[in-house]
Design a protein around this ligand. Sequence first.
Ligand code: AMP
Length: 312
Amino acid sequence: MNLTVTGTVGIDTVVTPNGEHREGILGGSAVYFAAAAGKYTPVGLIAAVGEDFPAEFRKQIAGLAGVDATGLEVRPGSKTFRWGGKYLDDMDHRETLFTELNILIEAPPPVPGAYAACPVVFLANMHPGVQHGLAKQFSNKRLIVADTMDLWIGAARPELEVLLGDVDGLVLNFDEAEQFTGLRNTVAAGKRLLEFGPRFVVVKKGEHGAILVHRDGIAALPAFPAETVVDPTGAGDSFAGGMMGSIAAELARGGAAAKDPGGFQVVRRAMAHGTVVASFTIEQFSLGRLGPLTKAELDERYHQYMHMLRLE
Ligand code: AMP
């Protein structure tokens, strides 16, 4: 296994500005991440769900290309994590309608023995204390990157600060970087976050792209100009999946990432893959588009994106 993700597997409710309302759809930070990362490299998923988790969702996850779901625990007597979100008119901002933590306040799932030697680990959105506890169980890690979000910055800041001292990178939304640091300037907020320990911070800005604030430099990447935006849920997680998946694949091939998987140029290049895969996620609800996405479609859009970035 080249890459492992820990995070949530949940049941979502999503409301979009055109009045569309989807209840009980498959979601969760680890699901979107794994669906994206699996397009690049084999990825192991660690998460726990309750006995209410639909069998068809389990089948859907296990059937995702490149995804090993043996680390998905179904816990009898427990209830699955549930989240609801509503998008505002610009589709770039959302309100959380509800968060039912359920199984997330119980003991975390175990790290399967087959995953423990994995070199690249992504700690998708979860309680930072749990993220940290899971991270410590990987014996051979070369690159460890975490995500976080508003709920945890507000509710578990001390644990988040401790976690930041132990990861190579952090991925978060602009609003969250501002919430954490009190700074509205992306670079200033990124630099403040670096003071807590990580070597790099990726600040996601939705349709305005993403900024890399790295100890060795700063880079900016535009979003892929999307024509169809149905449901932005999971864009951030699948961005991280494409980014980390491409790094883990390059590391396994013995490319530049094998020397330094958290290096400035390696992360910068990987962000382009994250950008492209996330642009598919938002075209449908849940895994509607990302799930069946082929490598050929991904490659074609990647080349289109590279062409758009070229100035001469
Ligand atoms: P994104 O749109 O990339 O930020 O991710 C949205 C996904 O994250 C949804 O499918 C939710 O189930 C999941 N999610 C929402 N809130 C949380 C939370 N506090 N912790 C972990 N996962 C969450």
